[in-house]
Write a protein that binds this ligand. Structure first.
Ligand code: KG4
Ligand code: ZN
Length: 376
């Protein structure tokens, strides 16, 4: 089944054609980073307008790259939430219109379910010979960690009437900032650029991760919940009123004067050792927390597999630490490649495929939900 996926929940306008949740024929993502960069974060109104400008171009491009016609699409999958409501509605309304014009079935997909399916999709692909199915990797604990989410789920599947059906049990989630949001805010505070995650990832390699002892993040109540706002505040206190703040202001002024792209070398030259150490120690604290709670969740649930997905799953230290921890405990950790870790529509098409096959079609009442919990 050829599924056209559409994703517009935040600041990427994306469309993809995926066959049987297995083979990616095309995966087009139009990033809005340049539109939001100067504000240091996503501006919702701007995001909706950018989606409107790009949605039909992006869908056309996805069809062209897949070398198919719109009529060849057998089902559509669109993100219905969670996300920015104005952004969500652009992709949703577009998907509904196309589905109704073609007379093809449409399903709504939870964005977080999409992130989880990015891992399953890619690892099924890697298993080549078609022997492997999503069930090989399940039950698993999934960590979805991005700019908007930091959540742990127990993912299970069963076969009903010959079709795989997935269930998600929430195990924990952030009580305040998402991990990616903390990366972005710390980068903004230190005038390192936007989005902050990738910049901090690259700069952290030059700092000493043990220089600043942030200590473990303690959680009252559910030990599988997360909290990153305290860590962000701890960074703020280390910066405010010190040489680090003066340095950040100088960097801000320098950035404003730079026309064109800031290279990693240029940026590094603008950072003192103390800044690099702070950044490396911050990243280390976030990564330690994410890996630790995911391992605890796997142990508690008694599963052998961890699925890690979302923009922060691109982080190189996170990948290394998960790989090492999994090896030491004889667990399996699966991560998508970076293009499938960040927001994309292939993951929406993959998650949607199972719903289409199971006949869980949406009707005209399908609409966007800013808040849209996954599982129970
Ligand atoms: O999944 P995504 O594209 O969008 C959301 O659903 O939020 O994730 C974007 C987030 C941003 O906060 C970005 O800073 C973070 O992922 N991110 C990273 C890295 N690459 C992207 N965080 C840490 N290290 C990275 N390499
Ligand atoms: Zn996302």
């Amino acid at each position: 089944m050829l599924v056209l996926g559409i994703e517009s929940s935040c600041d990427e306008t994306a469309a993809a054609v995926v066959e049987n949740a297995e083979r990616i024929l095309s995966n087009v993502v139009a990033s809005q980073v340049l539109a939001h960069e100067k504000y240091g974060g996503v501006v919702p109104e701007l995001a909706s307008r950018e989606h409107l400008r790009k949605i039909s171009l992006v869908v056309d491009e996805a069809l062209t790259r897949a070398a198919i016609q719109l009529e060849d699409v057998e089902g559509l999958a669109v993100t219905e939430g969670p996300g920015l409501i104005g952004s969500l509605l652009v992709g949703l309304v577009y998907g509904k219109a196309v589905a109704s014009a073609l007379g093809k079935p449409l399903v709504g997909v939870n964005h977080l379910e999409g992130h989880i399916h990015a891992v399953l999709l890619e690892n099924k692909l890697a298993a080549t010979n078609g022997q492997s199915s999503e069930a090989t990797f399940l039950p698993a604990v999934a960590l979805v960690v991005s700019g908007g989410h930091t959540s742990l789920f127990l993912v299970e599947s069963e076969t009903i009437g010959g079709h795989a059906v997935f269930s998600y049990k929430p195990l924990g989630q952030t009580r305040d900032d998402a991990a990616g949001e903390a990366f972005d805010k710390v980068a903004k505070l230190l005038a390192l650029g936007y989005p902050g995650g990738p910049v901090i990832d690259r700069l952290a390699r030059f700092g000493n991760a043990r220089a600043v002892g942030f200590g473990r993040i303690k959680m009252k109540g559910n030990p599988l919940d997360f909290s990153f706002s305290g860590l962000k505040t701890a960074v703020l206190y280390r910066v405010r009123g010190t040489d680090l703040a003066t340095e950040a202001e100088a960097r801000r002024a320098w950035r404003r004067g730079v026309t064109g792209r800031v290279t990693d070398e240029d940026l590094r030259a603008q950072c003192s050792r103390a800044t690099l150490d702070l950044v490396a120690s911050f990243q280390n604290a976030v990564v330690t927390d994410l890996v630790g709670r995911t391992l605890a969740a796997a142990e508690q649930a008694g599963v052998q597999t961890m699925l890690v997905s979302g923009g922060v799953a691109c982080n190189s230290q996170l990948r290394e630490r998960f790989a090492a921890a999994a090896k030491a405990r004889a667990l399996q950790v699966l991560l998508p490649s970076p293009p499938l870790s960040t927001d994309n529509a292939a993951m929406i098409a993959a998650a949607g495929y199972y719903k289409l096959r199971a006949g869980l079609h949406a009707d005209v009442s399908l609409t966007g939900h800013a808040s849209f919990p996954l599982g129970r």
